[in-house]
Ligand binder design. Structure first.
Ligand code: GLN
Length: 315
């Protein structure tokens, strides 16, 4: 067996048996039904080789991981103008916090907290209707993963709409500052549907390849974004991808990562691999408890880190 296969299998076995699995999110009712016993891991290397473990082929709600794909599309449409409406600093606050918006005039700290992602959804609306934006987003991730079977879980989108009182509060509050420009219902329809994308670890790791490959999708050869933009998205994932747990995640794994309350994490080892882990139980900051541990184990075993000195790269 290949060394990496052995590492992935050992991590899957350890995580499947782990007794302390965190707490499954229940504020979006369908998420509460996902068994905490699930664990999946997918590592897709730059050469296209896939190493899968546990429930790697089972779709789950990607939730906030979708913020990476939405940001990528919005930057494609608006370019650096986007940064007039969203910041690039870690918030140090919970993912759904409203407190900073008052003193910072309705400009969210970064595109990965809910407020920032809602502004990104508003930017994507541009002159389109919500259904068109949702269709574009779905096509985009299907194209990235090379998999037409990827779908949106309408039951999750509906449940988010029914229970998303905080997201409504964030959107209306930002609208009062002029930083939401469409009807809040339309903007949130885009946001709730993107969060309800259902993807497996395998599909997500395939979709994340452009971030590990300096902006290029290795299977199509297509430049999804410029290398500078891919690097900047990775920088944001590293500094802001885990909310007020981002410093801890970077400390433990040394990689950019984006989490979601469905228990998934997309992590990037630039030039090496696109990685997804999934375990539905969350820690107290709303990030996958065993997912973070699994990535810590993987990076320890492989030595992957953006801080690994590679003098050849600077020659
Ligand atoms: N849809 C979720 C929400 O808006 C996403 C949050 C998350 O994954 N951290 O609350």
């Amino acid at each position: 067996m290949l060394e990496l296969d052995r590492i992935v299998a050992a991590i899957a076995a350890e995580m499947k048996a782990a007794p302390d699995r965190g707490k499954v999110a229940d504020y979006i009712p369908p998420l509460a039904c996902v068994p905490p016993s699930k664990f999946g891991i997918a590592v897709v290397l730059a050469d296209g080789t896939c190493h899968l473990g546990g429930d790697a082929e089972e779709p789950f709600s990607i939730q906030s991981i979708s913020k990476v794909f939405a940001l990528t599309l919005a930057l494609g449409e608006l370019g650096d103008e986007l940064w007039r409406r969203v910041g690039r600093e870690p918030s140090g606050s919970a993912f759904n916090s409203i407190v900073q918006l008052e003193s910072e005039s309705g400009i969210p700290r970064n595109p990965f907290i809910n407020a920032g992602a809602i502004v990104v959804a508003d930017i994507l609306l541009g002159r389109f209707r919500p259904n068109e934006v949702i269709g574009n987003l779905l096509r985009f991730v299907r194209n990235l993963a090379g998999d037409e079977s990827i779908a949106i879980d309408e039951a999750v989108a509906h449940a988010e709409h029914q229970t998303g009182f905080r997201n409504f509060a964030l959107a209306y509050y930002m609208r009062s500052f002029g930083n939401i420009r469409h009807a809040v219902e339309d903007t949130l329809s885009v946001y709730f549907h993107q969060c309800a994308l259902a993807m497996s670890c395998h599909q997500l790791a395939l979709a994340g390849r452009y971030l590990a490959n300096d902006g290029r999708n290795p299977s199509t050869g297509q430049n999804v974004v410029t290398s500078q933009r891919a690097r900047r998205i990775n920088a944001l994932m590293m500094s802001c991808g885990h909310y007020d747990n981002s410093g801890e995640f970077a400390f433990r794994t040394g990689l950019p990562g984006k989490s979601g309350v469905g228990g998934g994490i997309l992590a990037v080892a630039p030039g090496i691999a696109s990685i997804t882990v999934w375990s539905p139980g969350l820690n107290e900051k709303g990030n996958s408890q065993l997912g973070s541990l699994a990535l810590e184990r993987l990076t320890q075993a492989t030595g992957w880190s953006v801080f690994e000195p590679r003098p050849d790269n600077y020659a």
